[in-house]
Unconditional design. Structure first.
Length: 90
């Protein structure tokens, strides 16, 4: 009969492989918690609504710059060639 020599649990390599996964996740969660507490969130400006309206007004004037792109997009969708190409009438 052969004798089986039992080893303590910490000497089995595959056990450490199983324990290391959750241990890394717990460590990463503590690092995330530390970063969340240490770096505060930025405060939203008091007049964010007014600034948003100003941005929208500035973008409304930019529609004329999109005209060539809109013509090309419409041509690609409908198959009808645009009337002007680079300012030259067809």
């Amino acid at each position: 009969m052969t004798q089986v020599h039992s080893q303590p649990w910490w000497k089995h390599g595959h056990l450490w492989l199983v324990i290391s996964g959750p241990a890394v996740v717990v460590l990463a969660s503590f690092v995330t918690l530390y970063l969340a507490i240490r770096t505060p969130d930025p405060v939203v400006e008091e007049d964010y609504y007014r600034k948003g309206i100003e941005i929208n007004k500035a973008l409304e004037g930019a529609e004329s710059s999109l005209a060539p792109a809109m013509k090309a997009r419409n041509h690609a969708q409908t198959g009808v060639p645009p009337k002007t190409i680079l300012g030259v009438e067809r």
